[in-house]
Design a protein around this ligand. Structure first.
Ligand SMILES: *Cc1c(COP(=O)(O)O)cnc(C)c1O
Length: 404
């Protein structure tokens, strides 16, 4: 069976984890701080905070901005549940908007959804393809949209506009106008979950890139406290001679990254641009070359003059099929010993969001994308032979469903 996305575990990574295990310090410490610095260098943003998940990072940033009951957060309907769940945790309302043909949120639909209660927009770089950040940033900074913004606290007053908090869970290393995600907007949140391009088993990072007069270093320091029970010293600082006493400045969260996780991330980041992304691109291009010869195949957009993907997912669409036929195709692909997936079920199809009153009929593009989508395996160790096996399995399955 060809799996969907197993992690690449370098020997060097195992050595680095062992080094941490033997070092006498396994939770947040020097390796986490180093990984944060390396990520900042890679992305070109101002400061980076590593955490135990992207979900925690998104929620912490909503709470940092003071998002609460009565507030609205604009979220694409085509995303993983985490993007919307964190809005619900804060007591605010996720305002879903439909997406475009490239699966990403569209500026027109964002604009139509903005009200005087909108506090945050959360674009999602689906499959690793960056959203239209120039247009989104211009929109939130336009006098018309700024004029609608109501600030409820000092941070909101200082920004004076809607915060752009991007869910960049898929898009580490993707670029827009030569700049990497992480430096394209106010705040971007990455995921290092086991199925992502770069993994620390579980983990995430908040890339801070707030405009002046915000002091990103100060915000980073505050967020370290906020994500460690509100404790003004971390465990390592407390081990220093005479430093046992600490204070708690707020009822904070517990979401820090461990040095074991960071040691995995450090090794993977070293191999990321030169190996991980290179191999993923070869696989993407092979799929594109093969499927372009079939009239039923709709090839995903992953490269334009302005944007380059991080090659996270290859979302193939089959033209003209209904959801049931797509499901049959997937069944046949699995029977040919190839694992595929569907990204994503738009949120109104899921019980919780359906029960909240969201209706999939309001999001026709998202439903159409979903109903014809099949995500193909993409990972470092997927060999050229494996790629051909995947292509043949897809072609045969589609042929048998479309032509009986
Ligand atoms: C994986 C994922 C997340 C959640 O990441 P975690 O690190 O598991 O919290 C959020 N958003 C999207 C789009 C994702 O794919």
């Amino acid at each position: 069976m060809i799996p969907f996305s197993p992690p690449k575990i370098y020997d060097e990574l195992i050595d680095e984890v062992i080094d941490t295990l033997k070092s006498g310090w396994i939770t947040t410490g020097p390796k986490t701080k180093l990984f944060e610095k390396e990520l900042t260098k890679f992305n070109g943003n101002k400061n980076t905070l590593c955490l135990n998940s992207a979900t925690a990072g998104l929620e912490i940033m909503l709470r940092w901005f003071g998002v609460k009951e009565g507030d609205e957060v604009i979220v694409p309907v085509y995303t993983y549940c985490a993007s919307a769940n964190v809005v619900v945790h804060c007591g605010a309302k996720p305002v879903f908007v439909d997406v475009g043909d490239d699966f990403n949120i569209t500026v027109d639909k964002i604009k139509a959804a903005i009200t005087e209660n909108t506090k945050v927009i959360m674009p999602v770089d689906f499959a690793g393809f960056p959203c239209d950040y120039k247009e989104i940033n211009d929109l939130v900074c336009s006098p018309e949209i700024k004029g609608k913004f109501n600030s409820n606290n000092d941070i909101q007053k200082q920004l004076g506009r809607i915060l752009v908090l991007s869910d960049a869970a898929h898009s580490l290393g993707a670029e827009y106008n030569g700049k990497k995600t992480g430096s394209l907007t106010d705040v971007s949140v990455f995921s290092f979950h086991a199925v992502k391009n770069l993994t620390t088993s579980e983990g995430g990072a908040v890339a801070l890139n707030l405009p002046a007069p915000f002091n990103n270093e100060e915000i980073y320091n505050y967020l370290c406290t906020k994500t460690l029970h509100g404790q003004n010293k971390d465990a390592l600082a407390k081990t220093k001679v005479g430093s046992w006493r600490y204070d708690v400045i707020e009822a904070g969260y517990k979401a820090n990254m461990t040095d074991i996780q960071a040691s995995m991330g450090l090794v993977e980041l070293r191999h990321y641009s030169g190996e991980t992304l290179v191999r993923r691109k070869v696989i993407f291009d092979a799929y594109t070359k093969a499927f372009s010869t079939y009239s039923w195949a709709q090839i995903p957009t992953y490269q334009t003059s302005k944007k380059t993907t991080s090659y996270h997912l290859y979302p193939l669409r089959i033209k003209g099929v209904k959801e049931e036929q797509r499901d049959q195709i997937i069944q046949l692909i699995f029977e040919a010993e190839v694992s595929v997936n569907v990204h994503f079920q738009p949120l109104p199809l899921l019980t919780f969001y359906k029960n909240m009153g969201y209706d999939i009929a309001d999001f026709p593009v998202a439903y159409d994308n979903y109903s014809r989508e099949i995500s193909l395996p993409v990972y470092y160790n997927l060999s050229d032979d494996n790629v051909n096996t995947v292509i043949n399995a897809v072609v045969n399955a589609v042929d048998s469903v479309l032509n009986g």
